[in-house]
Design a protein around this ligand. Structure first.
Ligand code: ZN
Length: 135
């Protein structure tokens, strides 16, 4: 995982690349906002509303998955931006490495605590003294 040089995870990369291919044939219509974030996307039959700032599309795929859909990617390309920048942060490699390291240390702490606990049990004494301690 550390050898991967891209910004987003390889599995998510495949989904984004497929959405890029599916973006062909859609036409963005800018709604006139100052941030160039609100658009309608149409292929002549269907129309969806996309908001880049809200990271939302009327098809709901982007809202639910955190991965830009083909409609959103059409708008992102229209704005000459990078679709990777619109993928949710939890799919980014930096976060995954961070969580991997965090859980690695978390597991190590638990193992150290268990080791200390087992040592403390050994220091308590023999079985006959346990009965006197309980009573
Ligand atoms: Zn969509």
């Amino acid at each position: 995982m550390l050898r991967y040089q891209g910004k987003i995870c390889p599995m998510i990369r495949k989904i984004v690349e497929k959405a890029k291919k599916d973006a062909v044939g859609w036409t963005p219509i800018w709604h006139g906002d100052s941030e160039y974030s609100q658009f309608s996307i149409t292929d002549g039959t269907d129309t969806y509303a996309v908001n880049l700032i809200a990271r939302s599309c009327a098809c709901r795929k982007w809202d639910l998955s955190g991965i830009p859909c083909a409609h959103a990617i059409t708008v992102i390309f229209y704005n000459q931006a990078n679709p990777d920048d619109y993928v949710a942060h939890w799919y980014r490699l930096v976060y995954n490495v961070y969580f991997f390291v965090f859980f690695l240390f978390y597991e190590m702490n638990i193992m150290i605590m268990l080791a200390e606990f087992s040592v403390s049990i050994q220091l308590v004494g023999n079985k006959s003294s346990w009965i006197h301690m309980i009573i």
